[in-house]
Design a protein. Sequence first.
Length: 829
Amino acid sequence: MPERLYADIAVPGVPKDTLTYAVPEGLHDRMQPGVRVMVPLGRRLVMGFVVSTHDRMPDFAVKAVQQALDVDPVITPEVMRVCEWVHRYYVCGLGEALKAALPQGMDVDSERQVSLRSDDEQDITRAVGRSRAKASIVEALRTGEVMSEEELRSHVGVKSISAQLRDLAMEGIVQIESVIERPAARPKTVLAVRLLPPWNRSDKISELMEIMEKRAPKQVNIIAQLWKQYREGETTVQMSALVRAARASSAQVRALEEKDIVEVLEEEVTREWQVRYAEKRKSITLTAAQRAALDAVNAAVDEGSHRGMLLYGVTGSGKTQVYIEAITHVLEKGKNALVLVPEISLTPQFVYRFRQAFGGDVAVMHSRMSVGERYDAWRLLMAGEYRVVVGVRSAVFAPVRDIGLIVVDEEQEGSYKQSDIQPRYNGRDVAVMRGWFEGAPVLLGSATPSLESWQNALSGKYALLRLDERIDNARLPEIRMVDMTEERKQRGTQGAFSHALIEAIRERIARKEASIVLHNRRGFAPHLECRDCGFVRECDNCSIALVFHKDRSYLRCHYCGAAEKAPVICPQCGGTDLDPVGTGTQRVEEDLQAALPEARILRMDSDTTRRKGSHDLMLTALREGEVDVLLGTQMVAKGLDFETVTLVGVVAAEQSLLLPDFRSSERTAQLLTQVAGRSGRGAQSGTVMLQAARPEHPVFDYVRKNEYLGFLRDEIASRRDLGYPPFSRLVLLTFSGEREEHVRDAANLYHTALKKAGSFFRMYPPQPALLSRINRRYRFHLLMRIEKNRDTDGRRLGAALAFASEYQLRHAKSRSVHIAIDVDPQYMM
Ligand code: ADP
Ligand code: ZN
């Protein structure tokens, strides 16, 4: 071991890759890469990750690592490499990327705690001088309390007291210590009790029980219970179980503790975060197409090939079955598997099938788990307790060892992209890189592949596997367009539904079949409008109309959450004719109920599924035949596999085309193809009715003819012409702040600096974002288009952005503007 040791530490929130610290002798053997440490940064102690160690003395004064938080690394070597890639490609701090790889709540913070050190009044008077703030600090500490810097600051009532504290500390008046806070995610503990020696010997215990018999019968019961358990091999018994069994109270246990007969201690337990059960799996004979796809995947698993594979299979063609069989093969080889899905609560059937196949070997990681549940799942994974992980986006970093296969289902889904916080990664693309580092093939599955993945398959980068037929030769549904403009003209239809769709639903009800109605209200929610003056109530904080909720008659902003009672009188003209405009799912539901009073309608959207498990209940109701129409947002478009559904209706099929985004055609084609696939999965053939105000849009043609691949072919040609992804890489910079001119100024400075920084990209001039104000903050966009082959790994982009950042800081009038970098953005709002 070298005499001197230095560690390079990645610290979240610090733009540099790593910072170098000296390692004290006592910590030498703890400095493995992937261990969390506490290090001093400025005046604070912060958490960081060990990236590497060396004995090269830096040419600047280094501080020392204060503490190691882990005995074993919490980041595996492969995940470390994945994070390094995320850091370069998405231009975020390495510390940020590593933090994203751990479950929430595992980061540790520190707090500065202050206490009075001297009680020499003369010293104090001299040190305080004429400073009111210092006097106030000392006064607060005189009670002998230890206070955090933050508590003290609010007591004194000024913006910062750090200068005053530093002076007082130098004069020896106060003492300041950095204390590490307990992280939010930690093992759950319960109280447990054990017999202390020598009372765990049979001769001693009977002696003791005799003495106590009369005076404390309850305590004897407790001892008897402990002794019984002890003889059965349990050295500790949980407090709650013990008092129940002994019909005693915890006070009586504590009394025994006082007498040194028992010890009460804290014991770690695992939170019941999922039901582990196994059902018998039904045996399935694969079709020839499934067999061929499976053979290809198995061969790649056997080889340990790094190659990506795209499994293109129409809805209901048996993709999920292929995943399950392939993973069975992986497990037989003694390896493990990672499966990513867009959103677990939307695909309960998918999870059931995995549980059925792999029972207690499956860990499910979804977005509604509590901090504690996530942490326990992570700990058990770390300990190698599970062999298959099915999880959402963040599970791409799950500590699965020895991965044999990674599966990404519905790879085109936008929810794989983390858009709101750093690092803005796409879970699918990170999965492909993880496969590369793990030496495991990555299987991307979809009925509607993204244009990017399809292009990768065409170019030979991915292997292409296909399932062209539905299982049991179920036919793809017949798809019809309904021209709503014509309908309104001819029939004077007012509500959301055409005559044809209502009649079709009525027929299904008569035949005891179910219908699904999709109303994708994104960007088209109902707002309150004055019929007289056209006034629309907008959010005070955001540049967007408030959404009208009829059930309790209030208005709510879907960005910042601000809510208020809906006005009865127009604040602008005093008129009383305020009407909801635009069609939300609630409104659509009312229209449908009015047209079909006997229909049993179930509405499924983010409002009705907020409670844990409500989604499950709804699907059960559908399965049990208690529902005629399932109506909802895009939640109803995905993953549902019900044989009774023979009709799918779409209220306004062109809706998603209205967003100004180059992906809006692609998204529309995917959504409509997906929802159409919910129909006719059983013996009955299915029908789909797409209502549209502009039915002649070319996207509908492809969907109607079930020609998704034809759509992709033509769309790829147009993207190539325009130089859009996948033929370039987009980077969206979002500038935001409270003062509009500062935000504009920052965007312009970046624009100027980036023009000097390289020629491997093109730029569009900065402009206000589509959502030009959110939460009182103004927003500007700057869009870069990078020639992929001139910057394959993002290094040049990183350098250009670092240059622009420095340039901006040097020239900006204000430093209050926040800049978000989004590489491969999904939504440009
Ligand atoms: P996808 O994932 O492509 O939508 P699934 O794997 O869910 O398709 O298959 C659709 C339905 O067909 C499911 O109910 C599944 O259990 C069933 N299935 C899949 N493969 C077979 C097979 N080879 N034989 C019989 N049924 C199958
Ligand atoms: Zn708002």
